[in-house]
Design a protein around this ligand. Structure first.
Ligand code: NAP
Length: 536
């Protein structure tokens, strides 16, 4: 529409989830003219789209919140230990109101393309609707788990009943009462929704390809004494979070190897952590659970035994016991009554590893050995994680660089924030940063602050462009791979390596050296005058 006369801003931000919201606030405070574009009709990102029953954050609510404004964190009250999706979305809408963020966000707009022109150092961004916007800086706050993917199962379009994806849940909700439901996928989304769907449905078939480890969340109303204490310690806890591997303070780091303690003592430790609920505390039992197979096996065996003790049918219990990856090498799931749900007479686990789904037919799902009649199919099949959202947009430069080509064999970045070949393009919690392996809001804030500081530096020095060197990027990618290969993580077929998307290159994408090491590196780059980044 305005091809010859694009609207001009200082910064274009794509996405108005946690990352985009804070970027709007932070950069606007610097006096920059900022505009964010969001596909959804309101703020919230992940918490806007993922409205499936049981959706809840697996980081405790006192941690999973913005730290940038002390009044905000002191005044907000979280009712439960873990926030539900509606509570978190209410919180994010409150933040949008309180800081008047919506006035610089356009909703219901999908970004289609972005092209950098080196002659005027400007990004030109195009929307699906044909609008054109330009700005010197482009920030992709597009999320890591924001492109839901349904597998391409033959016959899917011929199904007569309703089909849902957990990551694109209808706003009005779904009532499963009296229905025969099939759910495909047993990652976090499946595991959280299965007990709630089971409580409504006439019959529930869970189609499981791979069993995952899940621990009890032990969610409960937030103890007022815990809340008061946490709020009194907030500034210190937020600072201390940067000195931890996952960006979450309050858990003493483990010092002993799982193999250095007697078996009974180890069992008691796991038992105590299982009773407390939560994943960090469990993974913090010993310092080598993610490094040493034998150490990990002690924790994996403990959880497998728990599954066998909860699930009454021995065959179902065995199918639910994960045996293809060490515990913690896929995102550990937190649940409420997941394994218990399989003791209900109307819930059946279908092993599609040994009897794969052949097709979806008009009245259900046909596997290699059976036919399941269904009224509803729920896909809890996950996302094209970490690279999907970036690759969906046609990002290019006038020097014939494209992200799709650059990332053909897996993502490459400097610090998970910038890329060689793409000046003034920034990602918030991109691949090769600890984002998804950390308390996400902390990582979003850290990235936005780092980017803000760089933009201020450019402005102060009268410079126009920042672009990491090829050498710095290669070294960072190599370092990421080296760190990951020193752990057990690459052993799992997870979305961390793109294993859930057929044909996606197998590359370990998140930085697993921990938040402390990562933040130190980011700070060192700044202290050395933006080492590894060409400024001009
Ligand atoms: P996911 O972890 O990728 O799980 C997808 C599930 O679908 C897996 O069980 C997978 O089986 C199955 N699947 C995929 N394609 C399939 C196919 N063609 N046939 C049969 N099964 C198939 O996705 P998710 O559960 O949506 O979770 C993604 C991430 O989002 C989580 O790891 C977490 O980081 C985040 N999340 C967090 C929360 C929370 O905070 N509590 C909640 C939900 C999601 P295979 O393993 O065999 O591929």
């Amino acid at each position: 529409m305005q091809k010859n006369n694009p609207r001009k801003f200082d910064v274009v931000i794509v996405g108005a989830g946690v990352a985009g919201m804070y970027a709007v606030h932070r950069l606007r405070q610097m006096g920059l003219k900022v505009r964010a574009f969001e596909k959804g009709n309101d703020v919230g990102g992940t918490w806007y789209w993922n409205r499936y029953p049981g959706c809840r954050c697996d980081v405790e609510s006192m941690e999973y919140s913005f730290s940038f404004d002390n009044d905000l964190q002191q005044e907000w009250h979280w009712p439960e230990r873990y926030g539900t999706q509606p509570e978190i979305l209410t919180y994010l809408k409150h933040v949008a109101d309180r800081f008047d963020l919506r006035k610089d966000i356009e909703f219901g707009v999908s970004i289609k393309s972005a092209k950098f022109n080196s002659s005027d150092s400007l990004w030109t961004v195009g929307t699906e609707e044909g609008d054109i916007i330009s700005a010197p800086y482009l920030i992709m706050a597009t999320g890591n788990l924001s492109t839901p993917r349904k597998p391409n199962i033959p016959g899917i379009d011929g199904f007569r009943g309703a089909i849902y994806h957990t990551g694109l849940w209808p706003h009005e909700g779904v009532d499963f009462t009296g229905l025969r439901v099939g759910i495909i996928g047993t990652g976090s989304s499946g595991v959280q929704s299965i007990p709630i769907i089971a409580s409504q449905a006439k019959q529930l078939f869970v189609f499981q390809r791979t069993a995952n480890f899940s621990l009890p969340a032990r969610n409960a109303p937030l103890d007022p004494a815990v809340e008061t204490k946490h709020k009194a310690e907030y500034p210190e806890r937020r600072r201390a979070a940067y000195d931890t591997p996952f960006g979450i303070a309050g858990y003493p780091p483990p010092t002993a190897s799982a193999l250095d303690v007697p078996e009974e003592e180890r069992r008691q430790t796991y038992e105590q952590k299982w009773g407390q609920g939560g994943s960090i505390s469990f993974l913090y039992s010993y310092n080598d659970l993610l490094l040493n197979d034998e150490a990990n096996k002690t924790a994996s065996d403990f959880v497998r035994d728990k599954i066998r003790s909860i699930v009454k049918d021995a065959k179902t219990a065995e199918l639910l016991c994960p045996n293809d990856h060490p515990i913690g090498t896929k995102r550990l799931i937190l649940d409420t009554n997941y394994y218990e749900t399989y003791n209900l007479p109307h819930v059946k686990l279908v092993d599609i590893r040994s009897n794969p789904i052949r097709e979806i037919v008009e009245d259900g799902i046909r596997t290699a050995d059976a036919h399941y009649e269904l009224d509803v199919i729920v896909f809890a099949t996950g996302f094209d994680a970490m690279t999907g959202a970036m690759k969906e947009i046609d990002i290019s430069t006038d020097k014939q660089q494209t992200i799709r080509h650059k990332w053909e064999y897996g993502p490459r970045s400097y610090l998970g924030i910038m890329m060689n070949g793409f000046p003034n393009l920034f990602m918030i919690t991109g691949p090769q940063s600890p984002g998804v392996k950390s308390q996400m809001i902390l990582s979003c804030e850290q990235h936005v602050d780092w980017i803000a500081q760089l933009l201020q530096y450019l402005e102060d020095k009268g410079l126009r462009e920042a672009e990491p060197t090829r050498m710095a990027e290669d070294a960072w990618v190599d370092h990421n791979n080296e760190v990951a290969n020193g752990t057990l993580y690459p052993k799992a077929n997870s979305w961390y390596v793109g294993a859930n998307i057929p044909g996606k290159p197998r590359v370990f994408m998140p930085y697993v050296g921990g938040v402390t090491a990562y933040k130190k590196k980011c700070d060192e780059v700044v202290a050395a005058g933006y080492e590894g980044i060409t400024l001009k």
